[in-house]
Design a binder for this molecule. Structure first.
Ligand SMILES: Cc1cc2nc3c(=O)[nH]c(=O)nc-3n(C[C@H](O)[C@H](O)[C@H](O)COP(=O)(O)OP(=O)(O)OC[C@H]3O[C@@H](n4cnc5c(N)ncnc54)[C@H](O)[C@@H]3O)c2cc1C
Length: 368
């Protein structure tokens, strides 16, 4: 293989694909290498919730920008701006809601507190046990299963080379360029971006970095189609519920309840011990859901590091290597932070600051 790319991106999720598009738009020759298919990781199996009400305060400006990008993608990703309501059913939850939403408002999120009577006006089929609630007109959802098709088309238009079903198994970083070992033969590039989602720890180990990346095993369920119950995105003060009814009548239920398994084992499993409380909370919030049958529940891996902020920046101690991942609420934020990463790789100043992975990486391991 004689081609040397300006940038090799390992991982064709939202993060890697968005960064690849930006780098290619900036004139780089880019290749994305994906072990399965584009958008088949967390980016394609998530709940698709775009809610400013469940984003961390420090990430709010990134989430606002992410919403704008998904809105711009529109029908290509099944975008719907429905508004969203977060519910509290007792005083403890109400206190939590007030405290969290006040901080998010300070950070620029258009969120207001609304009365239980207003909740009943907006969503007559919600539980009458609501004691407090918040509302954001900016909230909504998109269809995560369209992520792969959307980004594949964008990358093709931008001239990004794509290799699917091609796991990268080793990286040699000698001689001012990177040589990636893959099942389709070696791939060479002068710059490297690891955007491997929940597999970031093992990928970083290939360049000698020891990162404290862990994986959560989030569960999502979908019901059969039914009559209209809710029109907005419904959340809970604890963050343990996200719920929306799609135009076809099916209801998608998430909330970060944990399944079992690990990225190294290949796929996760739904755990009935956590699935049932997730569904009970959904039925408590929307009593009419008891007439809907769940047709499928699944899991996906979401990466994080101990401070729950992104890893996004230069790989410490390794020239021309970059890391991107561990973004909480990364479906919402991914398109934007990926583009910022592309700017950094192009040598441009990103519009908002990134999140230096050097705060976690073990430089001794990198030098080894
Ligand atoms: C079930 C679930 C529900 C979620 N719900 C929401 C939500 O409602 N709203 C929200 O904002 N966020 C949500 N998230 C979070 C969001 O989905 C993730 O933060 C985001 O998709 C991560 O994108 P990524 O590109 O970093 O990772 P991924 O999409 O996982 O992409 C990483 C890619 O790297 C590939 N890869 C890894 N190692 C290699 C290798 N060695 N060689 C080649 N390829 C490799 C993988 O196959 C994978 O496709 C949810 C996550 C999960 C799991």
């Amino acid at each position: 293989m004689s081609d040397i790319y300006d940038l090799a991106v390992i991982g064709g999720g939202i993060m890697g694909s968005a960064a690849a598009c930006r780098a290619a738009a900036g004139g780089m020759r880019v290749i994305v290498i994906e072990q399965q298919t584009i958008g088949s990781g967390a980016s394609g199996v998530n709940a698709g919730t775009l809610s400013l009400q469940i984003k961390r305060v420090k990430l709010m400006p990134y989430a606002v920008k992410g919403h704008e990008l998904w809105e711009h993608a529109g029908a290509h990703v099944g975008f719907h701006k429905t508004g969203g309501i977060t519910l509290a059913f007792n005083q403890r939850e109400a206190d939590l809601l007030h405290e969290r939403m006040a901080l998010k408002r300070e950070a620029g999120a258009p969120i207001e507190l609304i009365s239980p009577a207003r909740v009943a006006e907006l969503e007559p089929n919600l539980s009458r046990k609501v004691v407090a609630a918040s509302w954001s007109a900016e909230d909504g959802y998109a269809n995560a299963s369209l992520t792969g098709a959307y980004y594949r088309a964008r990358m093709e238009t931008a001239g990004v080379a794509i290799r699917e079903h091609t796991p990268v198994t080793a990286i040699d970083s000698n001689g001012g360029s990177f040589e990636l070992a893959t099942s389709a033969g070696p791939i060479r590039a002068t710059r490297l971006l690891l955007a491997c989602g929940a597999w970031l720890k093992s990928a970083a180990a290939m360049i000698g970095l020891d990162l404290p990346v862990r994986a959560r095993v989030n569960t999502v369920s979908v019901t059969e189609r039914g009559p209209p119950l809710v029109g907005t995105v419904i959340g809970h003060a604890t963050g343990l519920l996200t719920l929306k009814q799609k135009p076809n009548g099916s209801v998608l239920i998430g909330g970060g309840w944990q399944g079992t398994g690990s990225p190294e084992q290949g796929r996760g499993c739904v755990d009935p011990e956590t699935l049932l409380p997730n569904l009970r909370l959904a039925m408590f919030a929307v009593p009419g859901l008891d007439r809907f049958r769940v047709v499928r529940s699944w899991t996906g891996f979401e990466a994080n590091v101990p401070d729950f902020y992104p890893l996004a920046g230069a790989a410490p101690g390794i020239e021309n290597a970059f890391l991107l991942g561990c973004v909480r609420g990364g479906y919402t934020i991914g398109p934007y932070i990926g583009a910022l990463m592309g700017d950094l790789i192009l040598g441009r100043e990103p519009e908002l600051p990134l999140f230096d992975p050097g705060r976690f990486a073990n430089p001794a391991a990198a030098a080894a």
